[in-house]
Design a binder for this molecule. Structure first.
Ligand code: BDP
Length: 719
């Protein structure tokens, strides 16, 4: 027996490459390069490092490079402050002796804020690799870029890279509550340990900052948009300050969510009316109090008059009057207001998809210059597929910020492999025709009236789970979000490739297989959940699993039946001129494209049209046949993901392999559940038989309706 244990331990010791990986290190693994010739070539090209500055960001750089290079190159690379051949030089524009070099000066003149270049150059006869940032954080980004190249085993000879971010504000929105639950969070609890802050600084905070900086994220809204006023209390502000201090060298600014009624709850005023001078003074004082602690505080993110949150309309004031109140308090300190456009009202009988546009377009031009409007990618709510939000391109005088949801509230939550890069790319590339052809959503984001106020936010999928995101592939969505903020034109495919190489392996079979899995995954999810433009069919409250039958919620527009409108004759939401006419909110060419049954892409058909079950689609199938077919495609797609994964068994770290294998197994069961529950329900409505070849659902509709999940994670708290 003793012998068995010893030989088992020895077995693991002798196989370092099979060391289990729990996913904590994200895409910053820095494991030794296993390809001997590549390793040797890197060792020859990087023989020493010179870091020219010594500001807090440089100190961060030094630590990162120490860990990274000794891991990747399997040797300690010496730091030397004199020019040598094959040296890696890290410097920032204007710092040290390099500032004097004429050739370099011309190059650095071109660098924009947070930008950097990485070049092979000859300085005083020595051949070196120079990483130079426009500012300290640009240098840090350059270093992470360089490390990415090495992790991806790219050729680093003759580098001539120049990069700068296309959007200024690149932030994560944490929907984290002060009790550490996370609204729509599927990866454990909040990483912000409010109770022990500020004295106990969880080492995770540093790793969080490193990960974000490595992909260019420069802002974090720490608290839930369904805000708790307590975060603005002095003791909580001390905790926020501790985080802000730690994030600063990584270029990350902290933002907070501001509860509009805080002057009442915290300040004991009897009103939060934005036009009341006492309220205005209260916010001014509060903001000063914040900036005394955090001089580079980013500003407030606000959800107001939305889903029961307080706001200016409680006092018959407009969203602009509400946003401007906070903007005026923040302006003297350089802070901004990010005001959300996610508003809809049950009392308004109009189509929910139209309401944000109706509310905000008339206010274009009436916001203060330091206000941004944050708009979800689609007009309803982070569904597996939506057309782009009609507000993009429709408010030329107001900076709009994209809001994506990284956490997969409506796309399989914590158990489904769904790569969102391709979904975001679909939105970003959509042509709004706001200023003629080519006005893509990306373009409208870049063309903000104030070039300093451009940005993208992602609702974070991060929690206390050891691997941060619950499902390992959730890391890919965090990664992709950052990379797309940096450059929204970067292809989702290429980003997936980068993530795979840094997460799993550089072997071409691994990269190609997983890339293919990731790129196909979102369409599978659409197919087994909401095919052909259907939306919001998830079960009540927690949104986990199917609930197309739900029809008993207090608000009409919270019921799936509101969205699919199925009856014995047909299905779909008519948003043409004959219906809600939501299409009128889009520019003419877009409107025309979607209005016509002939040209409307099938993927959005039931979003814009109500059709008879018997209507024929381009394939010749009836709508009912096509719908059934799509559900089947979704299910078989997930099966193919699982099969492809099994094929990688020997090529991937065993712990990561097993983690994903088990998740795919859950996804497989859940895709069948989605298909069967949906088909049983549609059949109960239309009375139609299943087309030939479509397998009958395993259980009765009543069975699917009876399922309950009282402890599903991520549920929205009520207070
Ligand atoms: C919905 C979520 C809800 C959020 C809301 C929002 O279900 O929990 O509070 O969005 O964005 O998707 O404010």
């Amino acid at each position: 027996m003793k012998l068995t244990i010893t030989s088992f331990a020895l077995f693991w010791l002798l196989l370092p490459n099979l060391r289990a990986d729990d996913g904590y290190r994200l895409w910053l693994k820095y494991d030794k390069i296993t390809n001997a010739s590549i390793l040797t070539s890197y060792q020859q090209q990087i023989q020493s490092v010179w870091l020219s500055g010594n500001n807090p960001t440089d100190q961060v750089i030094q630590k990162e490079l120490d860990v990274a290079l000794s891991g990747l190159l399997d040797r300690k690379i010496p730091w030397r402050k004199e020019l040598e051949n094959h040296q890696l030089i890290i410097t920032t524009k204007g710092i040290g002796s390099f500032a004097a070099d004429q050739g370099l000066r011309t190059m650095t003149d071109r660098l924009s804020p947070e930008g950097f270049f990485i070049r092979q150059v000859t300085l005083e006869g020595k051949s070196v690799i120079l990483v130079m940032g426009n500012d300290p954080v640009g240098t840090l980004y350059g270093v992470f870029h360089f490390l990415r190249l090495i992790q991806m085993q790219q050729d680093i000879r003759d580098l001539a890279i120049e990069e700068h971010p296309r959007l200024k504000i690149r932030m994560l929105d944490h929907w984290d509550n002060l009790d550490r639950t996370v609204e729509r969070g599927y990866a454990g609890f909040s990483i912000w340990d409010w109770h022990r802050l500020p004295d106990y600084m969880d080492p995770r905070y540093l790793d969080y900052a490193r990960a974000n900086a490595s992909i260019g994220i420069n802002g974090a809204a720490l608290t839930n948009v369904n805000a708790n006023h307590l975060i603005l209390r002095p003791d909580y502000l001390d905790k926020v300050k501790a985080l802000a201090d730690l994030f600063r060298p990584y270029g990350i600014k902290v933002y907070l969510t501001a509860r509009f009624s805080a002057p009442v709850e915290l300040g004991n005023l009897e009103t939060a009316d934005p036009l009341d001078p006492r309220v205005q003074q209260w916010w001014k004082n509060k903001v000063t109090e914040i900036y005394t602690r955090i001089p580079d505080f980013g500003g407030f993110l606000v959800k107001a008059n939305s889903e029961g949150q307080p706001g200016p309309q409680n006092y018959h004031r407009s969203h602009a009057e509400g946003a401007n109140l906070l903007a005026d308090a923040l302006a003297p300190h350089g802070g901004i207001v990010i005001w959300r456009a996610f508003v809809y009202s049950n009392e308004t009988p109009d189509d929910r998809a139209k309401q944000a546009y109706q509310e905000f377009v008339p206010l274009d031009g009436s916001f203060r210059p330091n206000v941004m409007i944050q708009v979800k990618n689609g007009p309803i709510d982070f569904q597996p597929r939506e057309p782009f939000h009609p507000l993009f391109g429709a408010m030329p005088n107001t900076p709009l910020m994209m809001e994506f949801q990284i956490t997969q509230e409506y796309l399989g939550q914590g158990t489904h492999l769904v790569y969102l890069g391709s979904m975001w790319q679909e939105v970003l590339k959509s042509d709004t025709y706001a200023h003629g052809a080519g006005s893509t959503v990306t373009q409208t984001l870049k063309e903000s009236p104030d070039s300093q106020l451009t940005g993208m936010a992602g609702v974070a999928n991060i929690g206390t789970d050891r691997n941060w995101t619950g499902h390992l592939f959730g890391q890919a969505n965090w990664y992709a979000f950052g990379r797309l903020c940096w450059d929204p034109d970067r292809s989702a495919d290429a980003i997936a490739g980068e993530w795979i190489r840094q997460t799993f392996s550089n072997q071409s079979l691994v990269v190609a297989t997983i890339q293919q899995m990731m790129m196909a995954s979102r369409e599978y999810c659409v197919d087994y959940m909401t095919p052909l433009g259907l939306a919001h069919l998830m079960a009540t409250g927690h949104h986990y699993g199917p609930g197309p039958w739900v029809n008993n919620l207090s608000r009409a527009d919270w019921n799936p039946t509101y969205y699919h409108r199925a009856d014995s004759a047909g299905i779909g939401f008519d948003r043409t001129a004959a219906g809600s006419n939501a299409l009128e909110q889009y520019a003419k060419p877009v409107r025309q494209l979607f209005e016509s049954r002939e040209t409307c892409p099938e993927a959005l058909l039931l979003w814009f049209h109500h059709l008879s079950w018997q209507d024929r689609l381009k394939s010749g199938q009836t709508l009912w046949e096509a719908l059934c077919h799509h559900y089947d495609l979704g299910v078989s797609g997930v099966k193919s993901l699982a099969d492809q994964w099994v094929g990688l068994h020997e090529l991937i770290d065993p712990e990561l392999y097993d983690h994903v294998r088990m998740m795919l197994n859950i996804q497989r069961k859940e895709s069948v559940w989605w298909r069967d529950a949906s088909l049983s329900y549609w059949q109960s409505v239309n009375g139609l038989d299943l087309p030939a070849g479509v397998t009958a659902p395993e259980f009765t509709l009543n069975y699917y309706k009876s399922l309950s999940f009282p402890y599903a994670p991520g549920i929205r708290p009520r207070w």
